[in-house]
Design a protein around this ligand. Structure first.
Ligand code: BES
Ligand code: MN
Ligand code: ZN
Length: 499
């Protein structure tokens, strides 16, 4: 969908539908909504009086203007209670509008005011960003392999602002929102693709194309290059697969910042996780195509960071491997030594995410990072702890943890701090090797984080376990369709800008 920003009166717009809003409890709308109400001879206020329009968050009412206005339709979207309203509510309202209008066949072009920029009291640029993000996230369609193309929703949105002095901020906000949403939707696309289409080499190719487009440097390491580096733990996970592993390195080094200590983002990119020899039950195994959602979030965030021109050095690394069982596959009982020289005993070939991260995190030490954040669909247990409400945050650095929590607040992508006590380390000590890759069921989220921490040397580090938030088996809200969510992209963009 394209956005055009213009100044004027929403009531005069010639579009298939004009969109105005209403806070819960308002009986006589003012501002833009009031102007449209007046043009419709009080239709909106009488529907409020009748109880048909309540202004509840995300509720939409479609009205027909019967020639009283240039546009044939008006959509009224509820913003909820004014005291609860914030930028996240503005984003959700825009998403609700898009969803409602995509059900109306005749609406291909809608004009809207910026929700929250009026009496909502939000910063105009931030509200405009939320508007574009919300509509674009709601407009997302997953890759489709059916012969008949699915029907599309509106393709054009005119953003209308009465006050011409605010036009520049609104334009900037809309363009920001577009770039960020494109990053989220790219991450969703990558994660939703079937595992036969998106194997490691295919993922690397997509990253390469994106990088050329967005102006990022891109380096791909294949298995031979990784063998030379001694990344034997990562390579062991790949051994059962016919598909070659890839380490994707994306670098954003804007002029004047090319030499600074970078923020490094690392993503788990298991393009399919069968569990390997410790094979998973077949029920819902198909969901394991999403086991590369950490890598997808890093790639999507890097695209957005490049397109936004974030003034700092950021490096994104995606460790892409397929975890399969075969005659060559690594085994429970194997002892592996990777890039750091630290040995690890394999108890479960299904605890493969922490293994590929061990070598990917050893690899990134070469950048002397200011901080490293990894994102991984690491444990089923994080969902038992937190449900779908937040990703788990594990860190050994207070400043980085504080910055991540601030980015979480700003983006609305929730993180919740989880413990990293030394005692968890005792649980994963091995008799024959320094560590083992599973500490058993209890405390599984923290012992997996301690395992990863063991391979981080010389930099501030945080780990986000996104296994419970990276995809959803049913649509969660207007912003979050079924399938991949793109969780982490907006958070990482905020972190890159603020930390
Ligand atoms: N990719 C899975 C984690 C996962 C499971 C994510 C279900 C989303 C839904 C990971 O590789 C895994 O298999 N983890 C094991 C670890 C265990 C063997 C120590 C788990 O969580 O059961
Ligand atoms: Mn696994
Ligand atoms: Zn996995």
């Amino acid at each position: 969908m394209k956005f055009v920003v213009t100044s004027g009166n929403i009531a005069n717009q010639n579009a298939d539908c004009i969109v105005v809003n209403l806070f819960e409890g308002v009986t006589l709308p003012g501002g833009a909504t009031g102007a449209v109400d007046a043009a419709l001879n009080g239709m909106i206020s009488s529907l409020i009086a009748a109880g048909d329009i309540e202004g509840k968050a995300g509720a939409t009412t479609l009205l027909y203007t019967a020639g009283k206005l240039p546009a044939a339709r008006v959509l009224v979207v509820g913003l909820g209670k004014a005291e609860k309203f914030d930028i996240h509510a503005a984003r959700k309202a825009a998403a609700a509008v898009y969803k409602a209008l995509s059900k109306v066949k005749g609406v291909k072009h809608f004009a809207t005011i910026v929700h929250g920029a009026g009496i909502g009291g939000q910063d105009a640029a931030a509200a405009a960003q939320a508007l574009a993000e919300g509509a674009l996230l709601a407009s997302y369609r997953a890759p489709n392999y059916k012969r008949e193309a699915p029907e599309n929703g509106p393709a054009l949105c005119t953003v209308v602002e009465f006050d011409a002095n605010r036009l520049a901020s609104i334009e900037a906000g809309v363009r920001r929102g577009e770039r960020i949403a494109a990053g989220v939707n790219l991450a969703r696309d990558l994660s939703n693709e079937p595992p036969n289409v998106l194997y490691p080499v295919a993922l690397a190719r997509r990253a390469q194309t994106m990088a050329a487009d967005a102006g990022l440097q891109c380096t791909i390491l294949g298995e031979e290059a990784m063998r030379e580096l001694g990344m034997n733990i990562l390579l062991a996970v790949s051994r059962g697969s016919a598909n070659e592993a890839q380490l994707i390195v994306l670098e954003h080094a804007p002029a004047g910042h090319a030499e600074e200590a970078p923020l490094v983002l690392v993503g788990k990119g298991i393009t399919f996780d069968t569990g390997g020899i410790s094979i998973k039950p077949s029920e819902r195994m198909e969901e394991m195509k999403h086991d590369m959602s950490g890598a997808a979030a890093v790639i999507g965030a890097m695209q957005a960071i490049a397109r936004l021109g974030v003034p700092r050095r950021v490096i994104g690394v995606a460790a892409c491997v397929e975890n399969m069982p075969d005659g060559n596959a690594y085994r429970p009982g194997d002892i592996l030594t990777g890039m750091t020289g630290k040995s690890t005993e394999i108890l479960s070939t299904d605890a493969e995410g922490r293994l590929i991260l061990a070598d990917a995190l050893a690899y990134v030490a070469r950048y002397q990072p200011k901080a490293v954040v990894d994102l991984a669909t690491l444990t089923g247990a994080i969902g038992i702890a937190l449900g779908q409400q937040a990703a788990g945050l594990f860190s050994n650095n207070d400043a980085l943890q504080t910055a991540l929590l601030a980015a979480s607040q700003a983006s609305g992508e929730r993180l919740w701090p989880m413990p990293m006590w030394d005692e968890y380390m005792e649980v994963i000590k091995s008799d024959m090797a320094e560590v083992k890759n599973s500490g058993g069921r209890t405390g599984g989220v923290s012992t997996s984080a301690k395992f990863i921490e063991h391979f981080t040397e010389g930099y501030a580090w945080a780990h986000l376990d996104i296994a419970n938030v990276a995809w959803t088996t049913a649509e969660r809200d207007a912003l979050t369709p079924k399938g991949a969510t793109g969780f982490g992209v907006r958070l990482l963009v905020d972190l890159a800008e603020a930390y």
